[in-house]
Structures are given as C-alpha cells and as structure tokens.
Design a protein around this ligand. Structure first.
Ligand code: ATP
Ligand code: MG
Length: 797
C-alpha cells in the first residue's frame, strides 16, 4: 500500500520496502545474493532525498568497486533530478582521496599528491632496498610490500609496530624509510590513502566534527568485506567514543552477505558485522529472502553449494522465477578445448538466443586462465573485454606516459623520474642512476635536484633529460589536457620510439587511447568546460541552489558546501582551490585503473576474475577451470577456513548468472608453463544433480567432422560401433565411463588394451586430431605417452 505513494517504491517487496523506508537509526541488512541489497541501498538514498530527509550533501555511500559506484550514481540520477556528481558516493579509496585533497594541509600532503598503484609501490620499495643495501633474498620486496600494506591495514605506523627480533626490526626500519621516501616524493599508496584519512579524522577535531555533522546518512554496501581500518574509518565519520561507549551522530546502514565474504586474505573481517551490531547498538536487522536475479536451477545450485559451509549466519533464498535452463557442465580434454567450447556456446547464445555480448561473462579463479580464453575469442573474432589483469592504465607504455605527466606535475616524483629517465633510451645507464641516487641521498634532495652533482657525460645526459622535462612543463602551460598529452608524446620521443619497435603499433594505439581517455574524463567530470552542469528540473531548467535545498529538505542542517557541481573531491576545503585537470586526470588514472574505459561502449563479452565480479550480474555466466587445485585453489584447499572462503567465492560466481550458467573443467591445463592433469572440482559433488546437465565434448579428435550434422555418419563408424551410442548429452553424474563419445573415444580413467603393452589405464588425454595423445599406465611397462593416430588402443570393459 505504501508503495503506491511513490513510484520510487513501486515493485519493492515488503522487506525491501521496510529497509528503504527505515526511520533514522542504524540498521543491518543481511541478505543473500541477488536479493536486492544494492537496489535497496540506492532506492533509500533516492527516497531520503525525495522526501526531504536528507540533502545530497548529507549522504555518504560506500561501495566496493568503481563500477558499482558509477552504477549507483547512474541509477540515482535516473531516479531524481539531483546533482549526483557532488554527492559522496564512491569506493573507500575514492572517498579517502577526496577527503585528503580537501584537507591536504591538515593531512600533511600537497594537494596534487600522486597515488602509487601496487606496481609503483613495488618499484619504489625495490629502489629503496637497493639504496640501503637491503638483502633482497632475506627481505624480498614483495614481502616487504605485503608487510607494509598489512601494517597500514592494522592502523600501525612504524613506531607502533612491535618488533621482537632483528628481522622484524629490519622490516620496521624499511617501513619507516619507505614512509620517508613517499613523503619526500609527495606520493601516497593505496593503504596510505586509507590510513592517512583515518588519522586525519581521528586527530583533527574540527574536521571530524564537520563531517559527523554533515553526513547524517552513511550507507555501506558489501559490508562483509570491510577490513578493520575501513570499519574504524566509518566509525570516525559516524560518531565518537565517549567513555568507552560509542555514540553515533548520524544513521549508519550496512548491507552485506556473510556468504559473499571473499577478501579475508586481504584482511576483511566478517566480524565487523557483529561488531557493528554491538557497538552501534543496532536495533533493526532486516533479511531479504527473495532472489530476483536468477532462475531456480541456478539459485538451487548456489544454495546447495553454500550449505556445505559450516560457519554461516544463516539465510534463505527463494525465487519465483521458473527453473530455467539446466546448468550446463562440460568436461574438456584440454584448456584449449574448454575455451573453444566457451566460444562456441557464446556464439550460440548471441546468434540463437539473442543475448548481448556484454551480458555474457567468463569468470575464472585466477588471472592466468584468461590468456587461453582471450586467444580463443580473438581467433573467433568475438569482441571481449578483460577487467583486471593487465589494465589499461597499467600497460607499460601507458605507465611511461603517465610518469612523464607526473613529472610535469611534480619534478620531485622520484618513482616517475626513475621510470623514464632512460626511456626512450638516452644513454643513461644503471650506473649513472646509482650515482645520481647516491648524490640525492647525500644531499637529502630529489633526483631532479641532484642532477648537477653528477659529473661527466652521465651528468650531461641527465641534465639534458631534466631540461627536456622542464621545457615541456613550460610549453604545456595553458594547454588543455589533450594538448598537454599530445605535446608530451611528441617531445619525449615516446611515440617516435615505438614507431621503430616490433609491437610498437599496438603501443602507439594505446597511447592514442590515452588521449581519448583524457578526453572522456574531461567530458565526464566537467573539466576544462566553462559551463557546469547544474541539476535540472523536469522542464530541463537548471535548479538553483536554494530551489534544490528547499525542494528537498527544509530541516536539513545548512550545508557549508554549496551545491555547485564543481569537480568532485578535488576542492581544497579551505581555499576552494581545485586540482589542475592534469593532476585530476592522473588521480583518476590511479584510482580507476580497473575500468578499461577506453572500450567502454563496445558490446563485448566480459572476462574477469570471480573476485572482480562481486555485485555484478549477467544473463549468461561461464565459470571455467572447475578443477581441484584451481577452484578450490591449492593455496586454500588445505585448511577449513581457506576451503570455506573458496566455496563462498564459488557461491559469488554462480550467483552472478541470471539466465544461463555454464561450468567447465579440463583434464589437462597449461599453467605457469607446465601441463597439469587435473581432476574435477569437489564443488561439483555439492551441486544438486537435478539442476545440472552434463555435456559431452563434441569435437575432439577428428577435426573435420560435424557433430551436429544429424546423421550418425558424422561419427567415425568405428567409434560408434565401439560404444553403441551417439547422443551428446547424459542425464547426470556419476559420469558414465563412455561419456566422451568422439573420435578416439578415450578419457582419463578408462582401461585400454595395447597390442604390445597389454592392459593399462588412461591417465590423461592431450591434443586433438592427429596430435591426440594419451598417457597410459601399464602395470607391466610403466606409464607411457601414446600417439593415438599410431597406437591402436581398444577399450576394455
Ligand atoms: P549481490 O549480493 O550480488 O550484490 P544484491 O543483493 O545487491 O546482489 P541487487 O543487485 O540489488 O542484489 O539486485 C539483483 C537484481 O534483482 C537486480 O537486477 C535488481 O534490479 C533486481 N531486483 C531487486 N529487487 C527487485 C524487485 N523488488 N523487483 C524486481 N527486480 C528486483
Ligand atoms: Mg549488491
């Protein structure tokens, strides 16, 4: 009934409606996948605004990925004519960035500080270790990076880390040196973004007061994956500890699903949910139990799987949608065959079932799996897009270009300096750079400032490099972003350099994409444009500040931030100063590295890790590599916690699918340069047989035959005669031994007879057609690889 009042609330079920319209106060919404948690959160924001319970400035919403944040903003602006751009909706990192820019002085940073991504961080640590002669076998830089990130996530500065032995003392010492180096160079890593802004709030009463007063509504999505520091950060914004008790100012609504907690390895604490309920004295907990995303075969699979986990808070999920298609399960002989099957199925989905390519996702447990799938898609000319992996902004040529741009912003950024001082090559050797680094350390200055201290030819070359960058800085004053980048690509010789390189064409294309990325950044963020987009009313007339606030909230606290679009998050809270478009773009590049926006518009199949798929949904989902050691991953399968996290990961993967779900595993797989023989994942045993349909390989061996051409003649008569069947599918596991019909008709596990070696058991099959080989164990002759086109094997019952 209540829903009739507002179109916003139409179509919500009772529990959702209750959650959206909760009165002020804290609440926990605990619900399974696809139950509308994110939708509830977004709708609540719209509802608060529409009813004047909040102003756009009074809301802070945190989501897990940039993609999710963007989606939330897009949905909101579709629901309401408000200036969503000025709202604090983003990832933890994005919001911290914004806070630190606004209060950079209080945080001890320059406004244009640059952000180190994981790669940059590692090279900064390597550089530091070299300078201080740290033994990199005893203290591998990767481990140091992990150690530092961990300390920061625990909220620990070097002075607070307890070190009892000499190794830990050394690590703490390096942590301190690393911090000094970052501070000197004006750069901040991801962990630092979080910790620094936490400390800013903790140690600065007026700033904390300001935001506590301001953010009357704090909403957190994917709360199960927050770590200790993120939770502490939220508490700083939400209220104060008074005499050991937490007193909140505004309302905090946390939304989560304990079954989807998949970041324990990065410090996420499901325990934050119980802490939240206790510390905030949460009175309202809402469960959503209706799944709107998936057909029941998919949902039943997810439910059955996750029921094997022991530690759960307990939720049910049901759907009113029909059963839908069964979940298709495929066993491939090799990873290549698996990828080929995926491509064939994808083509069918697009051609016969009208699926859009971007509504199809291929998910995998580890990044290394994507290469084979990518090449199969590429060969079949199916457009695809990879999230994660080597992201656009992480490609080497892009990193080089960004390093030059960073040097334009900040000549003392030594990480960028080191990256490009000899790229393109200009005769500056490793030795010269060492001399320069020594000089810089001795003088306590940046590499840029130490150049004059290097003697001889090396010094002259270094001087020329510095002069080139300084001149470029002069030349690009007053140019727009596009102009700056184009000029940089020219003057530094980057483009010229790649012209002569073997794979240079691709790289030049990517550099061109960088210009496009900058262009679309300018358009999206309103940089460099005179006209600013103001919120519009239903006639398309811009609303004024007062109209907006009047229309929305007569009683809301007065906002000290005017409702002007400006550029979100990069305004100095004291002076109103904003970042240069270049600095803003560089920040964007570091924070949004995950979104390969260069190809955003294209209708392309989406490839990503299961981790990256959290919160998303697709009509069709493929999950490949369902093998022991891979999924569940070998690093996790040995202990119970690890295995349960793998199972949650699988639960996340399955629940991404709306209409079709495909699972596959392969008998052999090339991974890290080795062929591995894998058995199928234990997770298959945890899925309900009634929801599955096992598919036999169609095209093994004889490359030319057409399995679907109808007549049984498609099969080599020998094979058919031998097995006496030709159907493609089988009802359910346990898989009949003759499950694989085709060509050689062999599969791992069956017994064969060889004229010379006698009876043996097939261990693995590899390759197809004339290249097909079988690994067979003969009790009397040992294990042998046999070429099937030559060796005559017959199947023994
Ligand atoms: P996840 O746990 O995967 O993040 P979620 O709980 O956040 O899932 P949403 O993404 O919000 O779920 O919703 C899943 C799908 O169901 C979306 O397509 C959403 O639009 C749709 N949906 C949610 N509630 C309703 C409803 N009441 N009526 C129709 N569709 C709904
Ligand atoms: Mg969600």
């Amino acid at each position: 009934a209540a829903s009739a009042a507002s179109p916003l609330l139409a179509n919500l079920n009772d529990e959702q409606l209750a959650a959206v319209t909760l009165p002020a106060g804290h609440a926990l919404i605990l619900a399974g996948a696809g139950s509308g948690k994110t939708r509830v959160l977004t709708t609540r924001i719209a509802w608060l605004l529409q009813n004047g319970y909040a102003t756009p400035g009074g809301i802070l919403a945190v989501t897990f990925t940039n993609k999710a944040a963007k989606e939330m903003v897009a949905r909101l602006s579709a629901m309401l004519p408000v200036n969503v751009r000025g709202m604090w909706i983003g990832t933890f990192h994005g919001l911290c960035n914004r806070l630190l820019r606004a209060h950079h002085k209080a945080a001890g940073l320059s406004q244009s500080f640059q952000i180190l991504d994981t790669q940059d961080q590692l090279s900064a640590i390597k550089r530091l270790c070299k300078q201080h002669n740290v033994d990199d076998e005893r203290f591998p830089p990767k481990q140091l990076a992990y150690f530092i990130a961990n300390c920061k996530e625990e909220g620990l500065r070097p002075a607070n880390v307890e070190a009892h032995d000499s190794d830990s003392r050394k690590k703490v010492e390096i942590y301190q040196l690393y911090e000094d180096q970052c501070q000197r160079e004006g750069v901040v890593d991801f962990g630092e973004l979080m910790l620094r802004s936490y400390e800013l709030l903790r140690d600065n009463d007026p700033i904390r007061e300001h935001y506590q007063r301001r953010f009357q509504h704090i909403l957190v999505d994917e709360f199960q994956d927050t770590n200790k520091l993120q939770y502490a950060w939220l508490k700083q914004l939400a209220g104060n500890d008074v005499g050991g008790r937490f007193e909140a100012r505004g309302s905090v609504i946390a939304v989560g699903d304990d079954d989807q907690s998949i970041y324990a390895f990065r410090g996420a604490r499901v325990g934050n949910m119980t802490d939240f309920v206790r510390e905030f004295d949460v009175q309202r907990q809402i469960k959503l139990e209706q799944n709107y995303r998936s057909y029941s075969n998919i949902l039943d699979s997810a439910n059955a799987l996750i029921s094997h986990n022991s530690r759960r808070l307990g939720k049910n999920l049901r759907t009113t949608q029909g059963a839908g298609e069964p979940v298709r399960v495929y066993e491939a002989s090799s990873d290549l065959a698996e990828a080929q099957w995926m491509v064939d199925e994808i083509k069918q989905l697009v051609r016969n079932d009208g699926f859009e390519r971007k509504e199809i996702a291929v998910l995998y447990r580890s990044n290394a799996q994507s290469r084979v799938i990518e090449s199969a898609l590429f060969n079949a000319s199916v457009p695809y897009r990879v999230y994660g992996g080597l992201r656009f902004f992480e490609r080497a040529e892009i990193k080089h270009a960004l390093a030059y741009l960073r040097l334009l912003e900040n000549p003392h950024d030594d990480t960028s300096f080191t990256r490009v001082v000899n790229f393109p090559p200009r005769g500056i050797g490793a030795r010269s750079i060492e001399v320069l680094q020594d000089a810089a350390r001795a003088a306590g200055c940046s590499l840029h400032d130490a150049v004059s201290a290097v003697p001889g030819k090396a010094g002259a070359n270094l001087g020329a490099f510095v002069a080139m960058v300084d001149v470029l800085r002069e030349q690009t004053q007053g140019l727009n972003l596009r102009g700056i980048i184009e000029q940089m690509l020219e003057s530094t010789g980057l483009v010229e350099h790649f012209r002569t390189e073997k794979e240079g064409a691709d790289r030049i294309e990517n550099l061109q994409e960088l210009v496009n990325a900058a262009e679309s950044f300018v358009t999206q963020e309103g940089f460099g444009r005179d006209a600013v987009a103001l919120p519009l009313d239903e006639h398309g007339t811009p609303l004024t500040q007062s109209a907006v606030s009047q229309g929305l909230d007569p009683n809301a606290p007065v906002l000290d931030e005017p409702l002007k679009p400006a550029v979100p998050g990069i305004v100095d809270a004291d002076t109103g100063e904003t970042l240069s478009p270049l600095a803003a773009f560089l920040t964007h590049a570091a924070l949004e590295a995950g979104d390969n926006q260069a190809q955003a518009g294209q209708d392309a199949v989406q490839l990503m890790t299961v981790h990256a798929s959290k919160g998303l949904e697709f009509d069709g989902v493929f999950i490949g590599g369902m093998e022991e050691g891979l999924f569940p991953h070998e690093n996790s399968a040995s202990d119970r916690d690890g295995l349960e996290e793998e199972r949650r990961l699988m639960y996340v993967a399955i629940t991404r699918a709306r209409k079709r779900l495909y699972l596959s595993h392969s008998q052999t797989r090339m991974l890290h340069g080795q062929t591995r023989y894998n058995i199928k994942s234990r997770f298959f045993d945890e899925l309900p047989e009634s929801a599955l349909k096992w598919i036999t390989p169609k095209q093994q061996g004889f490359g030319s035959y057409a399995p679907n051409s109808g007549a049984g003649g498609a099969y080599p008569s020998g094979a058919r005669g031998q097995f006496g069947f030709k159907s493609e599918t089988f009802a359910s596991p346990p898989v009949p031994v003759q499950k694989t019909a085709p060509s050689h008709g062999l599969r791992a596990g069956i017994n064969v007879f060889h004229t010379k070696f006698g009876e043996g058991k097939v261990l693995a099959i590899e390759g197809t057609g004339d290249d097909a080989r079988a690994q067979v164990n003969f009790p009397r002759h040992g294990t042998k690889w046999l070429a099937l086109s030559v060796a005559k094997l017959t199947v023994v019952d």
